[in-house]
Each structure stands twice: as C-alpha cells, then as structure tokens.
Design a protein around this ligand. Structure first.
Ligand SMILES: NC(=O)c1ccc[n+]([C@@H]2O[C@H](COP(=O)([O-])OP(=O)(O)OC[C@H]3O[C@@H](n4cnc5c(N)ncnc54)[C@H](O)[C@@H]3O)[C@@H](O)[C@H]2O)c1
Length: 400
C-alpha cells in the first residue's frame, strides 16, 4: 500500500508557534531531534498507525511578509529556543516552504493585528464570500499540486477580539447568504478560514481562542461536508497546571477561596494580547475552568502582561489561597517558566496526526476526545486533565 501523505496548512504560518512547528517537523524528518514532548509518540497511540512526520508537507496563509528563515533565526539566536545545528539543518527547507505561504485575510481582526499586517494584505478589497473563495482555492490548489491524501488546517494566527456569537446566524444557509452582504457579515478572519477549510472537506483545528469554527452554523457546515474540527485555545502552561491541581483540592475537600494567576511574557502574541479587546478573549478562555473543576467559583484573577524583555519565555505565578480542616487558611504558590512556542509546537504536530487519524476513520463534527489539548474544549464540559486524557486513550483503544 502506498504511504499516506498529508498536508498541514498553517494560518499565521510565520508566527512563533508555526515556525517552531515547521522547524520541529523538518528536524524530526532529518533525525536531528528526538520525539520528547510529542504526546502522539506515547505507546498508547502506536496502534493508530498515524502518519509519520516525514510524510507531512507544509503550506499556509500569513498576514506578514517576513521570511520564515528570519523568524527562525530570531527564535534560535535571540530567544534560544533550539540549537544552532538544528537551525542550520532546516535552512534550505524553510526557504522552500516559504513559497507555499500565501497572503491571508485580516478582515475584522481588530486594529492591533491589522497594524502588524503587511500593507498588501491590509489593502485586499474583497467581500467575505470572495475572501472565503480565495482562501479555499489556495488550500485546494496546494492539496492538488502536492497530491495529498488530506489537508489539515490549523489556526495559529494572532488572537482576535471577541465576537458576540449570539448575534451570528444559527443556520449555515443563513450564514452562507450573509457572506455576500459585507455590512451584515460580522465574521472575523478566523471564522472565514474555518469556513474555507470545512467547505472544502478539510479538517480544521483552532489552536487559538479566536472564534474559528465555534458558531453553530459553521459546526453545521462541518456536518454537511462530513468533515471534522476541534478547538479552542491550546492548553500549554498555566491552565494545564490549573486543570491538574484544582481537582486535587476538590478531591481533598479543601476549599479554594481565591486563585490568582499572573502571566508575563514578551513575544508578538503578548504584544497583540496587550490590546484590551484581544486580551479579553484570552482571559475569558483561561478563567472559565475553575468553576467546572471545583463546582463553585472562588474569587479569581487572571492577568496577562506584555513584558518585552522576556520574549517567548513566559513566567506564570499562581497564588492559591485555600481553607483546610478547622477552617485554617493555607497557601500554595507555583512559578511556571516555559518557552511558549516549545510547549505549543509538539501539540500542533500531535493534533494534526490525531485529527488525520480520526478523519480517515470517518469521524464527523467536533472531535471531543481531543479535549485534553484545549483550555476551552468545544462541546465538552469535562475540564479535568486526567479524565480528558483518558478520553483520548479510550478513543485510541476503540479506533486502533
Ligand atoms: N504559545 C502557546 O503556548 C499558545 C498556547 C495557546 C494558544 N496560542 C495561540 O496561538 C496563536 C499563535 O501564537 P504565536 O505565539 O505564534 O503568535 P505570533 O504573534 O508569533 O504569531 C501569529 C502569526 O499570525 C499572523 N496573523 C495574524 N492574523 C492573521 C490572519 N488574519 N491571517 C493570517 N495570519 C495572521 C501574524 O502575522 C503572526 O505571524 C495565538 O493566537 C496564541 O494566543 C499559543
């Protein structure tokens, strides 16, 4: 049987997470690095026979023109995310992949993201329908030219300001009509990319807290095209710890009175999140888990501050004030220091391989068994990390 060959289409393809994912895929293919950090390499998932890293080709959409090699240089030489011999081994391929990256859309992404976009992308004049048609054609063209068995679309673009989804059409037929009415269509870029992917039958992953495929009408589109999708907002650091630790407080019947989390970092994601409208989307996604995990809402605060000198190295400091037997108050504090893109990139690769395996097995709609990867898992109320992970293991047992 011929080896399966798939594509990954990265939206925000020249961002830090995307570039680290690309470097990682090339380095894995060339045997320059091992598989530490990849969930999909755990023995539970071997029976799935997932696509290998050597059989994944890369393309995408971007709003900025900066070459991939320059972004990779910065991540390696300034941020010290990976070794210089890894960078040297990837250089030639980065230049080739750059040619597969097309101009995206910055429709309704808010002024902060727009200000970072290339003028040529900002000036594209098109209706939402024309944007969807153009984006879908880019994806389909890539899949055809590269003779791919499937194309998995991953949103890795900057976090957009929140959209009130109560004001959106609930049926796909209505939303579809609105795409031709620019004044009435309030969908941001992330939703247009999701529509483009799903309409073509390609699976879609929303790694960000932006709207993406969350609206009911877009979920209906996925069902109609018999394809799958998942999101939202990958769980890589502080929230991952929260969803491990909060169940411990609940199981010991310790009352959490307050949970404060301060996050400081200085990469471009942080610069975008420094805008209050964009920050609100992220804080909501990070702050919603405690009530689910504890069964009540303690006083909580999540702050995200842009501190330029820290670059991609995020520090999260959490202070948990809890009450024990005889009403005695106690405290737990932790400090998490991680390289954001190094935590995120392997999860992108895992999600691509797992979503491809699910699509091949005919799964349609939201892939709930992938909840452990997300802060705000679509269609899932379970937030406890160990239970979410068990959902993944159980699915793999059934599917393998
Ligand atoms: N790093 C993590 O641990 C982590 C965890 C969860 C979620 N995320 C989310 O992943 C996303 C990427 O993070 P990052 O650190 O790579 O950010 P980044 O700012 O380095 O990269 C984002 C890229 O998206 C591009 N972009 C913005 N809007 C676009 C559009 N409409 N179309 C095409 N390209 C667009 C930007 O030009 C930039 O190159 C962010 O939304 C972030 O919140 C990251």
């Amino acid at each position: 049987m011929a080896r399966r060959r798939i594509g990954v289409w990265l939206i925000g393809a020249r961002g830090a997470v995307a570039t680290t994912t690309i470097v990682g895929l090339i380095a894995l293919r060339k045997g320059l690095v091992g598989t530490v950090g990849l969930v999909s390499e755990l023995p539970f998932f071997a029976p799935l026979g997932m696509v290998g890293c050597a059989d994944i080709v890369i393309g995408g959409h971007e709003a900025r023109a900066q070459p991939l090699a320059e972004v990779a240089d910065r991540l390696c030489l300034e941020e010290r995310l990976f070794a210089t011999d890894v960078l040297a081994g990837c250089r030639r391929e980065l230049a080739k992949i750059d040619k597969n990256i097309k101009p995206g859309t910055v429709r309704r992404v808010g002024p902060r993201i727009e200000s970072l976009a290339d003028v040529r992308v900002r000036k594209i004049q098109e209706t939402p329908r024309e944007a969807v048609d153009r984006l879908r054609a880019d994806m389909q063209d890539f899949a055809r030219r590269q003779k791919l068995d499937d194309l998995i679309v991953v949103n890795l673009a900057s976090t957009e300001p929140a959209v009130d989804d109560k004001t959106l059409s609930r049926r796909w037929s209505q939303m579809d009509k609105r795409l031709s009415q620019p004044r009435k269509c309030i969908l941001p870029a992330s939703a247009l990319y999701a529509i483009a992917a799903l309409d073509a039958g390609f699976p879609y992953i929303n790694f960000t807290p932006s709207l993406g495929s969350a609206p009911r009408a877009i979920q209906e589109l996925a069902q109609l095209r018999e394809t799958c999708h998942v999101g939202a907002d990958a769980k890589t650091g502080e929230t991952l710890l929260k969803t491990v630790l909060a169940p411990m407080f609940a199981a010991r019947n310790l009352e959490v009175m307050s949970w404060v989390g301060h996050n400081i970092f200085g990469n471009m994601d942080g610069r975008v999140l420094d805008d209050p409208a964009n920050k609100k989307t992220k804080v909501t996604s990070k702050d919603n888990t405690l009530k689910h995990l504890l069964g009540y809402q303690p006083q909580s605060l999540v702050s995200i501050e842009y501190i330029e000198s820290l670059g991609d190295w995020k520090t999260a400091w959490d202070h948990i004030h809890f009450k024990g037997f005889l009403g005695t108050p106690m405290k737990m504090q932790f400090t998490w220091q991680g390289a954001d893109s190094i935590l995120a990139a392997p999860l992108v690769i895992d999600l691509v391989r797992l979503v491809d395996a699910a699509h091949q097995r005919g799964e349609v709609g939201v892939l709930k068994f992938l909840a452990s990867f997300f802060k705000a898992p679509l269609g899932v109320r379970e937030h406890e990390f160990s239970r979410q992970f068990q959902m993944l293991v159980d699915w793999a047992k059934g599917a393998g």
